[in-house]
Each structure stands twice: as C-alpha cells, then as structure tokens.
Design a protein around this ligand. Structure first.
Ligand code: CA
Length: 487
C-alpha cells in the first residue's frame, strides 16, 4: 500500500468526520458559510492528540507543580505587570471586588501573561479531539460555542487560537465559558480576550465575581497540624469553621490568630504530614471554578501572595518521587485494574478514575492517601505478585514454577497520535491545558456548603460536582490575609 493511499484514506475520514458535525452546528445557529470557512483545509493535528495525553498535574507531584507555576521569573514578571497595569487593576478591583494579585496570578499561570496563549486554531483543535476520539465528549460540548464565537466576529478567525484543548487567549477561557462570562471592558462591542488586556483581565474578574469571590479575604492559611492529627483520616469534603479546626489543635504556621474564626474551611494537606498543610476558604473554592484542580488553585493563591510581597510556604514539599512515564502510567493502571482498585481501561491518561484507584490502594495499604501516582506506588504494585495458579505436573515438565512470576506487560497505547484510531471506550477525563502555560485539569472537587452558580468553568470541563463554597463573611474591601503572613 502506497503512502498516497494511506493519506487519501485519512483525508476521506476527516472530511466525513467534519461533515458529521454539521447537523448539530446547524441546530445551534451556525450558518453553512461559517461552517465551510471554519473547516476549509482542515487536517487533524497529531500534536493536539499527543498533548491531550500528557497531564502534568497528575504525573507531577503537587509541590513540583506549584514550584514551577510560581517560578522566580513568573513572580518578577508579575510584579512588572502590577505596575504597568495599575490604573486598570485599580478600576477592576473597584468594579468587581477581586484582588489584583489574584487577577495577575491567574493571568500568569494561565498564559504566562499572554506570552503563551496557545497557537492552535481552536475549532481545528476541537475537531481533532472529536475525530480522534480523544476527549471527544468534552470537545463536542465546546465546538458549537466556538463556531458561534467565530460567527459573531469577536475575533478574526485567523487568530482565534488557543491551547490544544481550545482554551483561548490571555485568560484561557474555553468556548462555553467565554460565551457565558467574557467581558467587553473597553466597550467596543467585542469581547477580545486574545489581544485586549482590559477585556481579558475584566473577563477573569467578572468570572471570579460570579464564582462568589469574597473581597478582602484570603484563599487560605498555611497551618501547623498538632502531632497525632492524621490529615489523611479527614475527608477533603469536611467543612468546619476555622474556630472548630482550631479546637482540634490546628494553628497558623506563623502563630498569628485567624482573623475570622467563623469562616468555613476545609483541611487541604496534599502530601499528608510530609508537606505543607492548609485550611482553605471560600476563595480557594472560587479559584477552583476557574480550573477545578487543587494544584492549580494552590499555585494561583500562592503566586498572588508572593506578588503581594509575602514569603514562600514554611513547610517544604517532599521531593523524593520521580514522575512516571506514559508506559509506567499505563502499567500502574493495569496493576490497579488487575487488583480491583480501579475499573475502566489502562490508557496512560491519569484522570479521576486513576486518582481514585491510587487512593483506594493507598487506603488499603495504610499509606498516606494523596492519590498521586508515584514511582513508589508503582514499585509496590509490581512487588505484589498475585498467587500463582495451580500448575499440573505435565505442564511444568520438571521445571519449578517460579513464584516470582512477572506481572503481565503493560499494553502500550498508541503513541503516534494518529487520527481515526478508536480510543478506549472509557469516558475521557476533562481537558488539561498545556504544561508551559502552567495550566492544569481535573482534580477531585471539594463539596458541601452552598452551590456555586451554574455554568461552565473557565478552562476545565468537569465530570463531577463543582466545588461548592461556604458562607462568606460580608464583603469587606481591604488587604487579604496571605497564607503565610510574615508580620
Ligand atoms: Ca472590547
């Protein structure tokens, strides 16, 4: 078979796949002219499929992720942006009540202050995901919104770019979030989050405001746990007042009093007793509306505190784990499946199912329950050889059946990113955004308390319940309290 035949088959498949999107787009109000223009010359992008399989927030320990997201360079650049956009930030704080350091921190983590907004055509990325069967459920939920944005002309089609997952512009809004929450701050009739910084930062502020951001309050406090309190035995969903947590012996790491003992907080100790621990408040849950991953919210909150002049976390992160390769992640999933700790398929994509599987395993082995798929967990699973099946003598032929049977080799999933191959039937995890932007995907939501307003998150589709928020104190503008206040 010649190369031409292969390419021809792929092109035919792509054309058929694109045409299958038309009836739904048509029902959503997309014109045929828009549709044709959008898909003129469309070719699936193998890089999109490849990127969809790499989710740094799950293969990287949280401390490494936070350290990378809050790099010295990003901090320095953020301080410059605070000065450069001071009048705009003054106005946005006054209008939306959202702290300027949080706005700048989100800008920094999402797109490196607009330097890395993603250069892939959003509609083509989404079509690639749909046609390749990789995160196609998510992509299907976004593509008609993307086509409508193009049709309205908020941005020229040529620069309607974003990440591989279709997160767009400075703020990395996915199309449905853009449609619901983007703001036209300068009043020119266009909500331009691609090239207009006032529109972009106002969109972020507007979105945090509807996510019930409480002005003047921090997202959380770094705390010291009393000896004997095992954070792994406390559900992340447990909401208590700060005062109730204090009665359990939890204090701020710097010894300062909690300013509002009535705030509803949950305990967030992602590395158990081996790393920093936090009481996280309403505003942490608001940040998670932007991107539900806890690592993301922690990175944004911490970068904001650092931009405001406060110091690093007091307790260091553990640094003893290497991250897993795609093959190792697939093997880890296979081992978890074969031992009954998770269902579904081993595809090397670490999503909520795998995190739950790792947690179940950690619980069963009385390990700290953090859900991180580490080298240690993989090694432990490898060492747990299932008991050998009874073997008849005739099959053994005099050889001793070794008890050290090698576990089945992992099935390596297609890594070529070739389009059109069926993917595992497992429901795809929500999107994560490219590593260089520091953006991340899905983690387990905290819940309990009051429901957040309905509507899509900024850049991570959610499978489960969105993080809910507790009752906030009356809004009082003023300096928030950082996690690690130095004075
Ligand atoms: Ca505008």
């Amino acid at each position: 078979m010649g190369l031409g035949t292969v390419l021809g088959a792929k092109e035919a498949y792509s054309a058929k796949c694109v045409e299958s999107l038309w009836p739904s787009a048509n029902r959503a109000g997309v014109t045929r002219a828009t549709f044709n223009r959008a898909f003129q010359g469309f070719q699936p992008d193998p890089e999109v499929v490849e990127a969809a399989k790499y989710q740094p927030e799950y293969v990287k320990p949280i401390g490494e992720y936070v350290d990378r997201a809050v790099s010295a360079k990003r901090l320095e650049k953020g301080k410059e942006k605070l000065l450069e956009y001071k009048p705009l930030l003054d106005a946005l704080e006054a209008r939306y009540g959202v702290d300027r350091h949080i706005l700048v921190a989100i800008w920094g983590v999402e797109s490196n202050y607009g330097e890395q907004p993603g250069d892939k055509n959003v509609i083509h990325s989404l079509a690639t995901l749909i046609c390749s069967g990789t995160k196609s459920k998510y992509a299907r939920s976004q593509i008609n919104s993307a086509l409508k944005i193009m049709q309205r002309g908020d941005v020229p089609f040529e620069i309607m770019n974003g990440s591989w997952a279709g997160a767009m512009g400075h703020t990395q809004f996915i199309p449905t979030t853009y449609t619901a929450y983007a703001a036209d701050y300068d009043g020119d009739g266009k909500r331009d989050i691609w090239t207009n910084i006032p529109d972009a930062l106002a969109s972020t502020a507007s979105y945090l405001k509807v996510s019930k951001w409480q002005p003047g309050q921090t997202w959380g406090y770094e705390v010291k746990l009393p000896s004997g309190l095992n954070p792994n035995r406390i559900s992340k969903n447990t909401l208590k007042t700060v005062g109730q947590w204090q009665k359990l012996g939890i204090v701020r790491i710097n010894g300062q009093p909690f300013p509002r003992p009535g705030d509803k907080a949950s305990l967030f100790a992602p590395e158990g007793t081996r790393g920093p621990a936090f009481l996280v408040l309403n505003n942490f849950r608001s940040i998670r509306r932007y991107n539900v991953a806890e690592a993301y919210a922690l990175a944004v909150g911490h970068l904001a505190d650092r931009l405001a002049g406060y110091g690093p976390f007091v307790q260091p992160w553990p640094t003893d784990e290497k991250r897993l390769s795609l093959e190792q992640r697939t093997e880890l999933q296979q081992l978890l499946i074969s031992r009954g700790f998770m269902g579904g398929d081993a595809d090397g994509i670490i999503g909520p199912d795998t995190l739950d599987g790792v947690r179940s395993y950690q619980r069963a082995r009385k390990l700290p329950v953090d859900g991180y798929p580490t080298q240690t967990i993989l090694n432990m699973l490898r060492a747990e050889i299932p008991p050998p099946l009874p073997v008849r003598k005739s099959e053994v032929l005099g050889q001793t059946q070794s008890a050290e049977a090698v576990p089945p080799l992992p099935a390596i999933q297609d890594q070529t990113g070739s389009i059109g191959q069926p993917q595992p039937a497992k429901a795809p995890p929500p999107p994560a955004v490219e590593d260089q932007t520091g953006s991340i995907g899905q983690a387990q939501p905290a819940n309990g308390g009051i429901e957040l307003p309905s509507g899509p998150p900024a850049n991570a589709a959610t499978n489960g319940p969105l993080p809910a928020i507790g009752s906030g104190e009356p809004a009082t503008l003023g300096a928030g309290e950082p996690a690690v206040r130095q004075n």
